[in-house]
Design a protein around this ligand. Structure first.
Ligand code: ATP
Ligand code: MG
Length: 454
């Protein structure tokens, strides 16, 4: 995950539940402490930041230095809220040059609101996230320009950075340094427990497991909370599947363990898309499928195209692991959640949430293969075309217009009524022909039948 992608997360913090979807907003945002009083255990840092802000312009800049996910940005946002200041956010690695930072600051401070005229200007804090990414000693842009900005800034400048870097030494010298350490696992566990309670899922994960998640997070709140959400979502899906299957509590427990093991595993092996799909479809557990998908070689991880492709490959080949329509239908549900999740990731550019997409895809596969011998012995087919991921006939439209070079409007107005009518009247022959014309896969066939029934 690139730094600039990670930092976009916050800007999308107001994303709400997707209409009709099952995807909750990321818990890291939902449960980000909003006020200083809610931030526990970092009293000294709180005081340091508040003092810096109150005493501005005694000192014009502060640097919050520390590893990812420990609450640096959270602290700044909470302080701003409590002190009723607006935050002008910037990202040094996005901006690449301090010139553009300068421009943005002057633009946003020039914007005056109606309150300015009645004399109660709201204070501002300039937050430059991830100064790690800024250039060192270029004449234009980079550290020298940032120093210039700091020197005569009208507003306090707060910077965050993950590592101590010698190229930033001159900035550190003129800044109040607020240092963060990685968070103690016990504090992480408490936060996880709290989140779980607020979600109403206390019972689903034992204290022992929470402890393990907390320990494997390397002192990073964000990764722990993300892991927790990922785990809970996968467990809930699994539970639903098992309920339909006749229920088996013990199996849920073992799934928890598998997922946990997976949390600790690193991406150690790269697979071609064919090998990755073959391994994924041959896995009998969520963890196994997840690992296989996670290991598929991606030249560019934040590529919309490739993750879509993985799902298409799976849809294309899923019928090779089972011909049981009920099982596949259940899996389709999870694939459609995966698709929604991917949509969410693309929309918000929150690539760190890709794990949920992978989780859903893996859960879909495992819902079919769980309890079987596993292994995938046939060849992997390439996806023919994107097909049917929801019950709307959009994909049918696409398939027809691609195959027959007819416009969508013509298809809707002229062809759809006829096709639908014929499908309803059909004794099986027309459906078969349609499948052949459009080169439909198993999922596509079912979608067509379902559509015709509506
Ligand atoms: N004190 C806290 N209590 C509970 N949760 C917290 C706390 N601090 C941070 N978090 C959680 O961790 C997430 C990440 O925190 P934050 O964005 O502040 O990290 P950061 O230190 O700025 O990381 P990075 O260096 O990657 O930008 C928050 O969204 C929030 O959910
Ligand atoms: Mg941050």
């Amino acid at each position: 995950m690139s730094k600039s992608n990670k930092s976009r997360k916050r800007r999308n913090s107001n994303t709400t539940r997707k209409s009709g979807g099952k995807i909750d907003i990321p818990w890291v945002e939902k449960y980000r402490p909003k006020t200083l009083k809610d931030i526990i255990g970092v009293d000294a840092k709180k005081k340091q930041l508040v003092k810096f802000l109150e005493e501005f312009p005694n000192q014009r800049a502060a640097v919050l230095l520390g590893p990812p996910g420990v609450g640096k940005t959270t602290l700044v946002l909470a302080a701003a809220r409590d002190m009723k200041k607006d935050v002008i956010e910037m990202n040094a690695s996005d901006a690449r040059s301090a010139e553009s930072i300068k421009k943005k600051i002057s633009e946003s401070t020039k914007t005056r609101s109606i309150t300015d005229f009645i004399g109660s200007t709201k204070g501002k804090i300039i937050l430059i996230d991830e100064v790690d990414g800024i250039h060192g000693n270029q004449d234009r842009g980079g550290v020298p320009t940032l120093l210039e900005i700091i020197k005569d800034s009208e507003y306090p400048i707060v910077m965050t950075c993950n590592e101590w870097l010698s190229k930033l030494q001159r900035i550190y010298k003129v800044s109040e340094m607020i240092k963060f350490r990685s968070v103690h696992p016990a504090s992480i566990r408490n936060v996880l427990k709290d989140v779980l309670e607020k979600e109403g899922h206390e019972g689903i994960i034992s204290d022992e497991i929470l402890e393990k998640i907390a320990e494997s997070a390397n002192g990073d709140f964000r990764s722990a909370i993300n892991d927790l959400q990922s785990l809970v979502e996968a467990l809930l899906h699994k539970e639903r599947i098992l309920e339909k299957d006749g229920g088996a509590g013990a199996r849920i427990d073992s799934t928890t363990k598998e997922l946990l093991e997976d949390l600790n595993s690193t991406r150690d092996e790269f697979l071609s898309i064919f090998d990755g799909i073959r391994q994924a479809l041959g896995s009998t557990t969520i963890a196994g499928a997840r690992r296989a998908i996670g290991n598929i070689e991606m030249p560019n991880v934040s590529s919309n195209f490739q993750w879509d492709t993985i799902l298409q490959y799976i849809l294309e080949n899923i019928h090779k692991i089972s011909r049981d329509d009920d099982k596949i239908a259940l899996a389709m549900d999870l694939f459609s959640s995966a698709d929604q999740m991917l949509g969410f990731v693309k929309e918000t550019q929150e690539w760190s949430l890709l794990a949920y997409f992978i989780n859903f895809v893996a859960a879909g596969i495992a819902s079919i293969t769980n309890g079987s011998k596993g292994g995938f012995n046939s060849s992997v087919d390439q996806p023919k075309f994107r097909f049917f991921r929801d019950s709307s006939p959009t994909e049918l439209l696409d398939a027809i217009s691609r195959t027959f070079q007819v416009s969508h409007r013509d298809i809707k107005e002229e062809l759809f009524p006829v096709i639908k009518h014929m499908l309803i009247q059909d004794d099986g022959v027309f459906k078969k022909e349609l499948q052949e014309w459009l080169d439909l896969d198993a999922a596509g066939k079912r979608k067509i039948s379902k559509w015709a029934m509506k």
